[in-house]
Ligand binder design. Structure first.
Ligand SMILES: Cc1cc2nc3c(=O)[nH]c(=O)nc-3n(C[C@H](O)[C@H](O)[C@H](O)COP(=O)(O)O)c2cc1C
Length: 175
């Protein structure tokens, strides 16, 4: 079986659901964000907007807003000191796909530099509210965007368990 560092990273990345409070370094953050900006996008339009939030008060606001959508009081971002949000124009029909590629690139980049990450959902609902729209304005984003998803990002507090076996017939080859 062929192997290299990229293939290895693809197989060893796991979703991390507990983080150390220590903030990641600027270099680590920049590496992750840059990887996001090199994701493929439909027609090369670079439709997504990436917002990395390290401000503690804003992170807490995001934790509360996400928890409210979920109807829980726990932290949906698992205490991660950095929350990375991805938005796309509401009227872009490839927006969700573009944003998903950005999120995946960032998760893999995070793993490759020794960071933990986890895709966290519910940003579509969070940013459809008046509070969410106000927050997008404070982030300096243009009007007309929707949330695609977010990443919890930081140093892993736990060692994740081994991945589930891949389902049978996941991939097939027609020759
Ligand atoms: C679209 C999408 C939404 C997800 N939303 C959440 C979430 O809100 N909270 C969470 O803990 N994990 C979330 N995950 C992570 C998945 O649960 C995780 O990828 C899956 O269990 C497989 O584990 P692995 O990433 O370690 O391989 C999400 C993943 C995707 C792709």
């Amino acid at each position: 079986m062929l192997n290299n560092e990229v293939l290895e990273a693809l197989e060893t990345r796991r979703s991390i659901r507990a983080y150390k409070p220590t903030q990641i370094t600027e270099d680590e953050l920049q590496a992750v964000l840059r990887a996001g900006t090199f994701a493929p996008t439909a027609h090369g339009q670079q439709s997504p907007f990436i917002v990395a939030v390290q401000n503690a008060a804003m992170c807490d606001q995001l934790r509360r807003m996400n928890a409210e959508v979920m109807g829980v009081t726990t932290d949906p971002y698992y205490g991660a000191p950095t929350i990375v949000l991805v938005f796309v124009p509401e009227d872009n029909r490839n927006g969700v796909q573009d944003g998903s590629c950005v999120l995946q690139n960032m998760m893999l980049a995070a793993h490759s530099v020794g960071l933990g990450s986890c895709w966290i959902n519910r940003e579509a609902e969070m940013f459809a509210t008046d509070e969410g729209k106000g927050l997008m304005k404070r982030m300096g984003l243009p009007d007309g965007l929707r949330g695609v998803g977010a990443l919890a990002l930081g140093y892993a507090e736990t060692v994740p368990s081994a991945p589930k076996p891949r389902k049978e017939d996941y991939a097939r080859i027609i020759r």
